[in-house]
Design a protein around this ligand. Structure first.
Ligand code: KG4
Ligand code: ZN
Length: 345
């Protein structure tokens, strides 16, 4: 089954073509345009700016994704050789979401193709099911999925494709949001996660002992706003922030966030005896987080196998949306689909 998928929930405009064959999804094209540089100037995303960028990018990105797989096809009323269309319908910013959803509905109507609405957060998880060079890299159920992005920190238990239970989420800031807000306190540009990761390599994580909220509580909830407050308090004690202090704060921040994510997730993994642990979302691109997960799994002698997507599939992309659509198989009539910015699970 060949699926053309569309992702426009925030500041990336992406169209992919994936091919599902039995338990494998193969990536044929995955074009991504981003308005990130426009948001870096303002230190965060302005919805109006993101919506206008989506409008500018959607048709060129769609055309490029099609051209890569079908070089002789020209966008018109006759469909390309695909079987279905998939689109992110939430959660996200209403303006950006509408561009993708309305494009997908139009294509579904004009080309008479089934349409799969996909929850963006499940999409992140399904980036782990896109075919890997290593053929043994196939997650097995039951599994635990940690979604760590700019807006979410969620822990889900999946018994099989499309069947899941949310074990917990964040009470306040998401992990990515904590990286971004702390980055702003340190004078870094947006998004700060990858910059903090780079600076942390030159820093001493032990110089500051930032809080690890809810670590000892018997639940699977997260909270990162206290960490941000602790960093703010520390920053205020310095007249000016020298480079080494910024590096040390970056390293201590990354250590505190990783510590909470790893310990809480592995506690759930042990309790539920899952076969696989899947990391996903922008923050799962963090190398130190990945390494801490693996070393702690080894230390605790857990039998669960760790999975994370290649870095280019951790942040927003349409390939993961196509993958979720293929495995969940929940088509809807285009008239029934609306953008849902507040969609949960
Ligand atoms: O999944 P994503 O692309 O967008 C949302 O759906 O939110 O995640 C973006 C988030 C940002 O907060 C960014 O700072 C964070 O992921 N991020 C990272 C890294 N790369 C991206 N955080 C820590 N380390 C990274 N390497
Ligand atoms: Zn995302």
């Amino acid at each position: 089954m060949t699926i053309l998928s569309i992702e426009t929930s925030c500041d990336e405009t992406s169209v992919a073509i994936i091919e599902g064959q039995r338990d494998k999804v193969y990536l044929r094209s995955n074009i991504i345009a981003t308005s990130l540089t426009e948001h870096a100037k303002t230190g965060g995303i302005i919805p109006e700016v993101a919506s206008r960028a989506q409008l500018r990018y959607i048709l060129p990105v769609l055309t490029n994704a099609l051209k890569k797989v079908y070089p002789n096809y020209k966008l018109n009323l006759a469909p390309p050789p695909i079987d279905a269309i998939a689109v992110t319908y939430g959660p996200g910013l209403i303006g950006p979401l509408l561009i993708g959803v309305e494009t997908a509905k139009t294509l579904s109507f004009v080309w008479s193709k089934p349409l799969f609405p996909v929850n963006h957060m499940l999409g992140h998880i399904y980036a782990n099911f896109i075919n890997h060079e290593d053929s043994s890299y196939v997650p097995e159920f039951p599994l635990l999925a940690l979604v760590v992005s700019g807006g979410h920190t969620d822990l889900l238990y999946l018994k099989k494709h499309g069947s899941y239970e949310v074990l917990g989420g964040t009470r306040d800031d998401a992990a990515g949001e904590a990286f971004d807000k702390i980055g702003r306190l340190l004078g870094l540009s947006y998004p700060a996660g990858p910059i903090i990761e780079k600076l942390a390599k030159k820093g001493n994580p032990k110089r500051f002992n930032f809080p690890r909220p809810l670590l000892k509580e018997p639940n699977f909830e997260f909270s990162f706003s206290g960490l941000k407050t602790a960093v703010l308090r520390e920053v205020k004690t310095h007249k000016t922030l020298d480079d080494q202090t910024v590096n040390d704060i970056a390293a201590a921040t990354q250590a505190a966030i990783s510590d909470v994510l790893v310990k809480k997730t592995l506690c759930a993994a042990a309790k539920l005896s899952v076969k696989s642990i899947l990391l996903s979302g922008g923050v799962s691109a963090n190398q130190m987080l990945r390494e801490t997960f693996q070393s702690e799994i080894d230390k605790q002698k857990l039998s669960s196998k760790l999975f994370f997507p290649p870095k280019f599939l951790c942040t927003d992309n349409a390939a993961m949306i196509g993958s979720a659509a293929y495995f969940i198989q929940n088509p809807k009539n285009w008239q029934q689909i609306e953008a849902e910015p507040e969609l949960y699970y």
